[in-house]
Design a protein around this ligand. Structure first.
Ligand SMILES: Nc1ncnc2c1ncn2[C@@H]1O[C@H](COP(=O)(O)OP(=O)(O)OP(=O)(O)O)[C@@H](O)[C@H]1O
Length: 330
């Protein structure tokens, strides 16, 4: 038996799309949404699955969960064939699509939990204990009796995650779980997910456009472009490979002249008459500490923060570098 919770080999999925070309004729073309994907994920791991819009992330998830039939290749999720063993698989995985609800719109969460427990055939003493744990940890008590349609986005997402975890799945798949949430809600959700993984060893596959999600929740990143894998490794390796810059934001004790000329750093912003200044640097060439030490010789720093590069920027740089590489190989 395989140790992998996910195992895909040369997975492909094409779609035929019709585009109007003139008034009468319509042309057909094939879209390779997933185009020869191979990877495996050990049980207990957490992977950030990222890529630009239309890169093939949702199509992959649909094949992993048995919603969509692959055009070719093999896929095993929790050691099962998703299409043929979809029902058994549903008891082992939890899936949350941030932009779509899987809850019953007119039912309160409490009733949804009861219905889900019946669907999964969970023993009463097991699911009630789990439900109470989830209500407590996700802070659902205040709205667990309210119909889902009346919940705020943040409340609904917490409810969706509780519903996906009620049957204690070994694999949790989250498709953009923090999209549209405010900073505090995102933070609470990340803390909860980290805690659940520590307590229950749940494997996590996450698609997101939020770099903080990847950084906080996963230890491995897979980047896809046009349905193909273009990176598989850790986040610092990815950021280093594309040479993305970090920005150090300095709040100074007194207004200071522009801090240009700091070695290996570039001044990218001066605000509030020089009280706040931003310097970008490449982690490949220097460190935040070295930049700070050089600044310290010219100004007194009251507070600082470091902004990570955003996913769109990293992905764009990676796509550009792989395109250049492919062109070179051709
Ligand atoms: N049912 C479908 N019919 C035709 N084309 C499809 C279908 N589903 C997806 N596609 C196409 O397949 C490609 C991959 O789409 P997919 O939704 O998997 O991307 P994604 O990475 O999840 O994007 P996003 O971040 O925008 O959700 C896109 O070109 C999309 O237009």
């Amino acid at each position: 038996m395989s140790e992998s919770i996910i195992d895909v080999r040369d997975l492909r999925r094409e779609f035929t799309v019709r585009s109007p070309s003139g008034r009468v004729r319509r042309t057909k073309r094939s879209v390779h949404a997933v185009d020869g994907l191979t990877f495996s994920m050990p049980a207990g791991a957490a992977i950030g699955y990222i890529g630009a819009n239309g890169a093939g992330k949702s199509t992959t998830i649909k094949m992993l969960t048995g919603i969509l039939v692959p055009s070719s290749g093999t896929v095993r999720t929790c050691g099962l064939e998703p299409i043929r063993q979809r029902r058994t698989l549903a008891r082992r995985i939890g899936v949350v699509f941030g932009q779509r609800t899987q809850l019953w719109w007119d039912l309160p969460l409490r009733e949804s939990f009861r219905t889900l427990a019946a669907i999964h055939r969970l023993p009463e003493n097991v699911w009630v204990k789990r439900r109470d744990e989830l209500i407590d940890r996700l802070d659902l008590a205040a709205f667990v009796h309210t119909p889902v349609r009346q919940l705020s986005l943040g409340q609904r997402i917490r409810g969706e995650i509780a519903a996906a975890l009620l049957h204690s799945p070994s694999l949790l798949i989250l498709d953009e779980p923090t999209i549209g949430l405010d900073v505090l809600s995102k933070e609470r959700l990340r803390l909860f997910l980290t805690e659940q993984r520590e307590l229950h060893g749940t494997s996590l596959l996450l698609t997101t456009h939020d770099m903080d999600d990847v950084q906080r929740l996963t230890e491995r990143v897979i980047v896809v472009d046009h349905g193909r894998m273009v990176y598989d490794g850790n986040l610092p390796g990815l950021v280093g490979r594309v040479g993305a810059e970090r920005v150090i934001v300095l709040d100074l004790v007194e207004p200071s002249p522009p801090l240009s000329g700091i070695p290996e750093a570039e001044l990218v912003g001066v605000e509030a008459d020089g009280l706040r200044q931003r310097l970008s640097f490449s982690p490949e060439r220097t460190t935040a500490a070295a930049v700070l030490a050089a600044v310290g010789e010219r100004a007194s720093v009251r507070d600082l923060s470091i902004e990570e590069p955003d996913i769109e920027d990293v992905v764009r740089r990676l796509y550009l570098s792989t395109t250049a590489l492919n062109d070179h190989v051709k």
